[in-house]
Design a protein around this ligand. Structure first.
Ligand SMILES: O=C(O)C1=C[C@@H](OP(=O)(O)O)[C@@H](O)[C@H](O)C1
Ligand SMILES: C=C(OP(=O)(O)O)C(=O)O
Length: 426
């Protein structure tokens, strides 16, 4: 598909309106795997429009068709599964597919082939899966061979590279004949995502214990239930950013509640620093903006890595020299998000300087240009985190607008609804 850029403009610095966000891709992808493992006992409600979730659903549906075919066909190398840029789909399927007994090659976009999978593959091999690498050791594509016999019920797993490996294993744990005990080694990054996994499993009847760094799930059946996918708080963060860069804002995001399984709901607290008040009523959240001085100087984003670009861009745009910690995992996401932020922020004269574990913004030479071209590096969050700059920059051109489909396909039309002008670049 041809890539196209868009030009974003916004008259005035007031924003009002209602935006109905699609379902959380994180919750939805967990729910889809649980639904598939439960053999239909668990049903997904409020399926997300995120391309990553739609792709995973398609793969799981095809898998079901393969299961229904005769046994001769089942033993052949049936297919190549390509999940494109969907990190969670890649990781969750690496754990799920070996249990299904078919030979499958699992691959993804060019970038996916640079995102590490070795820690999870090693864990699955220890559990009894036969998996080989097609090209590079430790990276997709991987070939999953047929036949799975559980070899052990206790494994160690590194926690500081991606929590998605741990989630992938927890999702299949109750379906393993001997259950699973995971010993998390080192620090656990993105912890709220592991908590989300356990909470959703719990809703589907799966009990666990978690003491110190050890999580245990016994072999046990799913109960009949519906898993309701909440609207996506990571997507909500871009509306908070728009409000933070406006003089006045009144936005309503229906369906978001003060208690959420998503760690990214912490955006309400983070954005309070920029004068945004969140009021939960009428079954959603109202955001309002009042100008106030910003005091907070340090943001630790280890528990909410997907909010990093949103917060860093807002600080940069407001000329607030904050420091950030917990950004270690950003280099292995859709792009090297540190490098991408540094390159794009340089266009408004702002530096993001690495000082060991701390990244510091230097806004001393910040200047808001008349027009800016934003490169997006195949990363939906680069497009969406920089879009709010259109409230300050008269003409903002954003590369490859369709990149947002990964998690929030309606992003541009939603911007139009609240008064942004979105034109496709000829
Ligand atoms: O489990 C999940 O749904 C996710 C976990 C996080 O990844 P890491 O655990 O790799 O930080 C997050 O960045 C990603 O968008 C979604
Ligand atoms: C990192 C992300 O996604 P994934 O790892 O699922 O590709 C994201 O959505 O920001």
């Amino acid at each position: 598909m041809a890539k196209h850029n868009i030009i974003l403009t916004k008259q005035g610095k007031t924003v009002n309106g209602t935006v109905q966000l699609t379902g959380s891709k994180s919750e939805c992808n967990r729910a889809l795997i649980i639904e598939a493992l439960s053999g239909g006992k668990v049903k997904v409600e409020n399926m997300s429009d995120a391309a990553d979730a739609v792709t995973l659903k398609e793969v799981l549906n095809q898998q079901f068709e393969v299961e229904s075919q005769d046994s001769e066909l089942k033993t052949q190398d049936l297919r190549l599964v390509n999940i494109g840029p969907a990190g969670t789909a890649m990781r969750f399927l690496t754990a799920y597919l070996p249990l299904q007994g078919n030979e499958v090659t699992l691959t993804g976009s060019e970038r996916m082939q640079q995102r590490p999978i070795g820690i999870l593959v090693d864990a699955m091999r220890k559990l009894g899966a036969e998996i080989s690498y097609v090209n590079n050791e430790g990276y997709p594509p991987i070939k999953i061979h047929s036949g799975f016999q559980q070899q052990t019920s206790r494994i160690g797993i590194k926690g500081d590279i991606s929590s998605q490996y741990i989630t992938a294993l927890l999702l299949i744990a109750s379906s393993l004949p001997q259950g699973l005990t995971l010993e998390i080694e080192g620090e656990l990054t993105s912890r709220p995502y592991v908590e989300m996994t356990l909470a959703m499993l719990r809703q589907a009847g799966i009990r666990h214990t978690w003491a110190d760094n050890v999580i245990t799930i016994e072999n046990q059946p799913f109960t009949e239930t519906a898993l309701l996918v909440e609207p996506d708080w990571s997507a909500a963060s871009y509306w908070y950013a728009i409000a933070a860069l406006s003089d006045e804002a009144e936005l309503f995001l229906p369906g978001l509640t003060s208690y959420s399984l998503q760690g990214d709901s912490v955006i309400t607290e983070l954005m309070a620093n920029f004068g945004i008040t969140s009021v939960f009523k009428d079954g959603g959240v109202y955001l309002t903006k009042e100008p106030k001085p910003i005091f907070r100087k340090i943001f630790d984003l280890k528990e909410c890595p997907d909010l990093a670009q949103t917060i860093v861009v807002v600080c940069a745009a407001l000329g607030h020299d904050a420091s950030f910690t917990g950004l270690e995992t950003l280099k292995i996401k859709e792009t090297d998000r540190i490098l991408a932020l540094q390159t794009e922020l340089a266009k408004i004269g702002v530096k993001l300087i690495e000082k060991g574990q701390v990244y510091k913004l230097d806004c001393s030479e910040k200047q808001i240009p008349q027009r800016m071209f934003v490169s997006t590096y195949d990363d939906h969050r680069m497009a969406m985190a920089f879009a709010p700059l259109a409230t300050l920059i008269p003409e903002l051109e954003i590369e490859d607008a369709d990149v947002v489909e990964k998690s929030y396909p309606a992003f541009w039309t939603d911007l139009e609804k609240v008064g942004f002008k979105v034109e496709v670049k000829a």
